[in-house]
Ligand binder design. Structure first.
Ligand SMILES: *Cc1c(COP(=O)(O)O)cnc(C)c1O
Ligand SMILES: [Zn+2]
Length: 427
């Protein structure tokens, strides 16, 4: 049985029993009335100690069940989710101008992105409610992730993607057997359509902002980070945790998980959070530098996973940065592209554009003096590079063409391989 107690509206602070509301606060509506899942932390603390964690053989997010909103553990998906590796990346640290740098590779999840953490929980909640169909709108990863976890659980998935979603992500959806609608419009329009359709047809809605349980899945990245740092640097933690931001659910979950591990005494101190957006789509950064209010904007960036002009979890996302004393920065598409080979060559981790955007943001934050050179950063790399081959190839240049002779190879060896700077210059 779950340690979940109630749901609390982040806008008006009304609390609800879990079975009393569907997704959001009925008084505040879906734009403001995002709910937060509350727990009995005394009970969770008794079940999640360092000793118990060390003795737990489960290598997935389900090792944190005492902090998850799961009522029926028999419904847990069998598909692997979480317990992704974290790497100490000293050559990347010197490149970025920080004292130390770790990269957590979320591309190692079953469907190759961070989104699996949320989808896994979403599918369990759909099964608990005996829903036959689960739906979502997504720029790509939430959809392919939902399709994978729905397939593993044997329930139907209906997906709305904007027409510009990268083909690899759409291919994933179709292969997993989801019913996919390519919406001739933006992600924001696809999102609205999914809301209407879910209400109309009675589908379980996986959209991460309005469904409070999805962020609970996302927070597991921090539960893991806290536990992994116990082994990496006992008694201390990174000064900053860095992640890219679209709707704001990921950064909100990240912060919640850190606070919970701090509350449980497993995380020695709370880090600051750096949220990174694309320059062509940075409503969080604009609000954070300005008066704190959201002004939805057009979404112009090749980092499709963070091309969100109207963030649906704005308040929770802002709170993460404000409460942690952190910052928002944004980076140009050129910097994002250049970061793909940089991360791969300095740390061996291959990311999609939104996946490496966080890393690009570290450099920006150091330049601005937001992150000090004596500080350390943990970067959450959110999605695998194979998700968007077009961007990868644009960033890394081309192979050197030769004939099948040693002579040609000798000639070829003297040619510089086309590297990131050239690819970016031609962008
Ligand atoms: C969804 C996603 C993000 C951003 O998460 P939000 O919850 O939308 O802020 C970042 N990177 C990747 C790869 C994603 O798929
Ligand atoms: Zn409310």
């Amino acid at each position: 049985m779950s340690n979940q107690t109630e749901l609390r509206c982040i806008h008006c602070a009304r609390t609800y029993r879990a079975d009393a509301v569907e997704y959001f606060c009925p008084v505040c509506g879906h734009n403001n009335g995002i709910l937060d899942v509350l727990y009995d932390y005394d009970a969770a603390k008794a079940e999640l100690t360092r000793e118990q964690l060390a003795a737990n053989p489960d290598r997935s997010i389900w090792r944190y069940l005492p902090l998850l909103p799961v009522n029926d553990a028999s419904l847990l998906p069998r598909l692997q989710v979480g317990c992704t590796p974290i790497y100490d990346a000293p050559r990347l640290a010197s490149e970025l101008g920080v004292a130390r740098c770790w990269v957590k590779d979320e591309g190692r999840n079953s469907t190759a992105s961070f989104k699996d953490r949320a989808s896994a929980v979403g599918v369990v909640k759909a099964l608990e409610q005996k829903a036959a169909t689960i739906a979502c709108a997504s720029t790509g990863n939430a959809a392919s992730s939902l399709a994978g976890f729905a397939a593993a659980a044997g329930i139907a998935a209906v997906i709305f993607v904007p027409a510009h979603a990268p083909p690899a992500k759409v291919a994933q959806l179709l292969v997993y057997g989801a019913q996919v609608f390519s919406v001739d419009g933006t992600y924001d329009e696809a999102w609205e359509l999914c809301m209407e359709a879910s209400a109309e047809f009675g589908w379980y809605n996986r959209n991460c902002a309005i469904n409070p349980y999805l962020v609970e899945g996302k927070k597991t990245v921090s539960l893991e980070l806290a536990e992994q740092f116990l082994a990496l640097t006992p008694g201390s933690f990174a000064d900053w945790v860095v992640v890219s931001v679209g709707d704001g659910c990921t950064i909100a979950g990240l912060w919640k998980g850190l606070r919970e591990m701090h509350l449980l005494g497993i995380l020695p101190r709370l880090p600051r959070i750096l949220g990174v957006q694309a320059e062509g789509c940075n409503p969080f950064e604009i609000a954070w530098r300005g008066n704190g209010e959201l002004v939805p904007c057009a979404a112009r960036t090749l980092a499709d996973s963070i091309a969100v002009g109207h963030p649906r979890n704005f308040r929770k996302g802002m709170n993460a940065v404000i409460e942690s004393g952190g910052a928002f920065v944004s980076v140009a598409d050129e910097e994002i592209l250049a970061s793909i080979p940089l991360l791969a060559q300095r740390a061996g981790v291959f990311g999609e554009p939104a996946g490496v955007a966080g890393m690009a943001g570290v450099r920006r934050a150091v330049e601005r003096g937001l992150i000090h050179r004596s500080e350390s950063v943990a970067i959450v790399m959110t999605g695998n590079g194979l998700k968007d081959i077009k961007s990868a190839m644009r960033s890394a240049g081309e192979a050197i063409p030769i004939g099948p002779t040693l002579e040609e190879l000798r000639r070829g060896l003297h040619l510089e391989p086309a590297i990131s700077t050239r690819a970016v210059a031609t962008h």
